[in-house]
Write a protein that binds this ligand. Structure first.
Ligand code: AMP
Length: 327
């Protein structure tokens, strides 16, 4: 099993109501790969500058991420993003984006990366996403993430990129913006008409919703008392979702099986919940598989409920009418 991920590899400066950090390791491909690495073999593709050091590469390699296709550009500077969050941490405010080495990025993938069965096109310029998609001819399942910047500045290229993938992961507000449809269910249908069979609407702390041709599934966010930095939650969700899906694909299951997709949603939500517990990649870097499994069990418990069987009268057989409601 193997999964190739392209996307930003970044330095992020972030301020939240709970603190701030300068130039920490970030980027869509980084958050994604760290999360996916718990379930499958991940190859990360993208350029970095001379300022990207051994510590940053080491953070990926410590989790087993294969970094052979990280291209170091001589004299270049790594992609930089600066943002802040106010008390509504579902909304990221971008203060600065410097594409740097991404401005002239010409993706050249090694044979191993091109041969991956799963492909994640993380948030970068849509034409770059299309080029990587075109070079991974053997990918059986391809997913794409994007953001409002590309919806607003490169909408046509983004729609063409979306037409070439099996799964679209976007924030609910971005799906509405992309399709011009205020109702999320209708927006997801409209997004499906662009090409993908699977639409995942990420809803920040409220969880995520899954739409396929004839099924719908929604999952809440795992409720936390301490959320320090939501940066990368969407990519960690995607990493948990696709990483888990790849492990099941390798075990012979269909990536379009609804029960498998639901489990993948739970894995995505759980990885996202760990990501937000600390700044940048700090929490996921020290995460263990045991902690993931424990939170999955807890998540199942808090999202599970019974429906009482009903008798022919329509009344619940477990709660006869004569039984007083309050003792
Ligand atoms: P999210 O998972 O949506 O919170 O994504 C956060 C990551 O996206 C940060 O680590 C940023 O480095 C990265 N990012 C922000 N803006 C862009 C952009 N325009 N292109 C690519 N990556 C970006």
């Amino acid at each position: 099993m193997s999964l190739t991920a392209v996307g930003s590899i970044a330095f992020d400066s972030v301020r939240t109501p709970f603190g701030e950090r300068e130039r920490m390791l970030g980027g869509s491909a980084v958050h994604f790969s760290l999360a996916a690495s718990f379930f499958t073999e991940v190859r990360v593709v993208g350029p970095v500058g001379e300022d990207f050091g051994g510590d940053e590469i080491g953070a990926l390699e410590d989790r087993g991420v294969i970094t052979d296709d990280i291209e170091r550009v001589a004299g270049g500077e790594t992609f930089f993003w600066q943002g802040h969050y106010d008390y509504d941490m579902n909304v990221a405010h971008t203060d600065d984006t410097q594409l740097n080495v991404f401005a002239d990025f010409d993706p050249k993938l090694s044979e191993d990366s091109r041969n991956a069965e799963m492909l994640f096109l993380g948030n970068i310029q849509p034409d770059l996403q299309r080029r990587v998609r075109a070079s991974c001819e053997r990918a059986e399942f391809t997913a794409l993430d994007s953001m409002n910047l590309w919806i607003e500045t490169t909408r046509d290229a983004l729609k063409e990129a979306i037409a070439e993938v099996d799964c679209l992961l976007l924030n609910d507000a971005e799906i509405r913006e992309l399709t011009g449809e205020p109702n999320l269910a209708k927006a997801a249908r409209a997004a499906m008409k662009l090409g993908p069979d699977v639409i995942v609407a990420k809803r920040g702390e409220y969880g995520a919703a899954l739409f396929t041709e004839d099924e719908f599934f929604a999952i809440p966010g795992y409720l936390l008392e301490d959320v320090r930095d939501p940066t990368g939650a969407g990519d960690s969700f995607a990493g948990g979702f696709l990483g888990y899906l790849d492990s099941r694909r390798a075990a012979g299951e269909s990536t379009l099986d609804h029960s498998t997709l639901r489990q993948a949603m739970a894995h995505g939500s759980v990885l996202a919940s760990f990501n937000v517990e600390d700044f940048g990649t700090e929490r996921v870097r020290s995460l263990t598989r045991e902690e993931i499994d424990e939170r999955l069990r807890d998540f199942r418990r808090i999202t599970h409920f019974e429906v009482e069987p009903r008798g022919e009268s329509g009344r619940s057989s477990a709660a006869p009418a004569e039984r007083p409601l309050i003792n």
